[in-house]
Write a protein of this length. Sequence first.
Length: 316
Amino acid sequence: MDMLHNLLYGFSIALQPTNLLFCFLGTLLGTLIGVLPGIGPIGTISILLPATFHMSPTAAIIMLAGIYYGAMYGGSTTSILVNIPGEAASVVTCLDGYEMAKQGRAGGAIEGVAGPEAANNAATSGGFIPLFTLGIPSNITMALMFGALLIHGMRPGPFLLKDHPDLFWGVISSMYIGNVMLLILNLPLIPLWVQVLKVPYKILFPLILLFCIVGSYSLNNSTFDVMVMMIFGLLGYLFKKFEFEGAPLILAFVLGPMFETNLRQSLLFSKGSFMIFFNRPISAVLISVALIVLITAFLPNFRKAKEVLDVAVQDD
C-alpha cells in the first residue's frame, strides 16, 4: 500500500501543468535527437543543462530524463526505417529491424527487434536506480544527471528519498507518462523523422553551436564562459581526432571531488594509513578488481611492443 500511495503521490507531482509541459518537451526533443545520428542524449543534456538553472529541480530532472529515454526511442525509429542507428545502443536493432521493415514486418523474427529494444529501455530507466538510491552514476548520461542534481542543491543517495520525495517519486511517475507521450507522438510522426534525416550538416552545425553559446552565456551572463566553452570544444575535437575517449574526462570531473573528499575522510579515520583500503573486505575486493582490469587493459600494448622488438631483433 505504501508503494501505491507513493506512486500516486508521484503522479500528483508529475501531472502538474509545468512538469507535464517539460516532460513533453523532453520526450519530443529526445526523440528528435535520437533520430539525428551523432548528437545523442549526452551532448543534448550537456547543451541544455544551463537552461535548467532557473527551473525547479523536479521539472529540470523530468525534462532531462525525458530527453534520455526519448533519444532511445528515436534511435530505434531510424534503425528500423532507414538502417541508420540514431544511438549507439540501437545498432543491434538495425540487423533485423531494417530487414523486417523492407518486408512490411512480415516474415521477420520480431524477437530480433523486441529483445535489444527491451534491453535498451530497461537499461535507460534502470540507470536511475543506483543514481537516486546510492548516488552512483552508471554511465555518462547518469553522470550528467548527477551533476544536474548537485547544481540544483540535491545530493543523490540514500537520503534523497527522505529529503526530497517530491523529486524522487515525481521523476519515476513522469517516466510512465513520458512513455505514453512517446507512443502518441511517434506513431503519426515517423514520416517526419525520416525527413529530418535529410537536413544538411552545414545547417545543423550552426544550430548546435548557437545552443552551446546561449547555454554557456546564460550561466553567468559572461563572455568568459563562452570562451571556456569554445576552448573545451576545441579540446573535445582534438580528443576525437586523436581517438581519445572524452567519457572518462567527464566522469573524472563529476566523481573526482567526491573521490578526494572520501579519500581524505578515510585517511583521517585511519590516521594516515593506506592499509584501511585493504583491511576492509569490500574495499580490498574492489581495489583488486580495479587493478586486474587496469593490468588487463595494458597487456595488449605490452604484447605488441614485444612483437615489434622481436621483429627488430630478427631483422638485425
